[in-house]
Design a protein around this ligand. Structure first.
Ligand code: SAH
Ligand code: ZN
Ligand code: ZN
Ligand code: ZN
Ligand code: ZN
Length: 419
């Protein structure tokens, strides 16, 4: 899809010059597309780029993959193979071609219903950054959505939540439906065109064109009072402004389907993201609040939940729903603060001076009278910098704030929050 327009910052003669680069890959090694905004592109280069794109298409279209799936499920168990190298369901006629690849046999219906277990996670931080919800967090999210009365879930980059909903959808008394929007095209092998759209959330691009757009629009249309919520869990290295712009477009699609009924409402949304992006997210969505719930992942070693382990997940839910409605599990230590009217972490103490439960990371924060706010327990007030910081910080200051945390002294690439 379309590239994004960036601007060079820093010293040097190219400062301020604008250029286009790939929206989805934040690594020039994964996608080397680069073009100055004012550059004249020769016919040869254009042709070469088109040729490159043609050669990098997936081997089957979504439509073909749906047909293949139909054939696959008709096969007896003994003939159901999945090539681990190509990440592809194989039909018997194709075995030969993959004979020296690793493959799995006897693919069961249960396995077909949990593709996120079958496919390996694309962990590359600078592209897919696929970190899958731990079962506990995924189930918590689904129960919460059901308790809040939602019947449809637009899953943007949340394949595991989609999968949980889809696998329950065959049960008789389960009425929730979902549509997955994700850039990971491997999922097109398991879902129909009404269940999955190949989508780029950094530029709001539907690879399936107008038909896919229409699928999404239809899904957002709330007939018989079925309420819709969007749940998104983007790569944490992604640009917040690009994501916010796409989410606003999805919200606008929802609004357009609602006629006058939605006139001054916003599509209910859960944006799952680390707490240190709070101010960036609120810049774009002032109606959002950050919840204390710590979202856990299966394949993220650093982000494991646990009272004993020092490392706790920094990932939270940002939502435009009324905070008091987001009930967090008491058995995991969350409690309701009657003054703040929301559930908070057990360690999050209500500060009398700030008049709010101020901890962001679950630890008990302390109030600094000079800064007039609560700060991390490990911070001290520095008279040089005139603010609180780690005792080991260096006092030199630069003017521009970091794009991630807003603090001065470092660039986005060196942000301590991201490491
Ligand atoms: N926790 C979620 C997965 C989040 S990981 C779950 O368990 O369901 C981030 C997801 O966003 C991955 O599924 C990844 O494929 C998808 N993604 C990454 N870049 C994307 C892009 N540019 N557009 C759309 N989806 C993207
Ligand atoms: Zn293969
Ligand atoms: Zn305070
Ligand atoms: Zn201070
Ligand atoms: Zn920073």
């Amino acid at each position: 899809g379309p590239a994004l327009l960036f601007v060079k910052t820093g010293q040097g003669k190219e400062e301020g010059r604008r250029f286009y680069a790939c929206s989805a890959c934040r690594d020039r090694k994964a996608c080397n597309f680069f073009q100055w905004e004012d550059e004249k592109v020769s016919q040869t280069r254009l042709a070469a780029r088109e040729e490159y794109n043609r050669n990098h298409q997936p081997s089957f279209t979504h439509r073909q993959n749906v047909e293949r799936y139909k054939n696959f499920v008709q096969l007896p168990l003994s003939k159901r193979r999945f090539c681990q190298e190509c990440q592809q369901l194989l039909l018997p006629a194709e075995w030969e071609k993959h004979s020296d690849h690793q493959f799995l046999c006897d693919i069961s219906t249960a396995q077909l219903k949990s593709p996120s277990q079958l496919l390996y996670p694309l962990e590359n931080k600078k592209t897919n950054a696929q970190y899958l919800f731990a079962a506990r967090s995924c189930q918590f999210l689904l129960n919460l959505l059901i308790d809040l009365g939602f019947r449809r879930v637009l899953c943007v980059g949340t394949p595991r939540l989609h999968e949980l909903i889809q696998s329950k959808a065959s049960q008789e008394d389960f009425r929730v439906r979902s549509l997955l929007l994700d850039i990971d095209f491997r999922y097109s092998q398991f879902y129909t065109e009404d269940e999955f759209c190949h989508y780029n959330m950094f530029n709001h691009y539907f690879f399936g064109g107008e038909a896919a757009h229409e699928t999404c629009r239809q899904f957002l249309y709330e007939d018989n009072g079925e309420r819709v919520i969007m749940v998104t869990d983007p790569p944490f290295g992604g640009l917040v402004e690009a994501l916010a712009s796409s989410f606003k477009k999805l919200m606008a699609m929802w609004k357009e389907t609602g006629k006058e009924g939605h006139s001054n409402k916003e599509m209910p949304t859960f944006w799952i993201f680390p707490y240190f992006f709070e101010s960036r997210i609120l810049d774009f969505f002032p109606s959002f609040n950050m919840m204390d719930y710590q979202v856990d992942y299966d394949n993220h070693v650093l982000y494991k939940h646990g009272k004993t382990g020092r490392r706790q997940s920094p990932v939270r839910i940002f939502t435009n729903l009324t905070p008091s409605m987001i009930v967090l599990p008491v058995e995991e230590g969350y409690r309701f603060c009657t003054i703040c009217q929301r559930y908070v972490s057990s360690g999050n103490q209500h500060c009398e001076i700030c008049n709010s439960c101020t901890s962001k990371d679950g630890r008990r924060w302390k109030h600094c009278v000079l800064c007039k706010k609560c700060v991390k327990p490990s911070w001290f007030h520095c008279n040089n910098c005139n603010c609180c910081a780690l005792q080991t910080h260096s006092c030199e200051k630069t003017d521009a704030g970091c794009f991630v945390c807003g603090r001065a002294g470092h660039k986005r690439s060196a942000c301590p929050s991201l490491s």
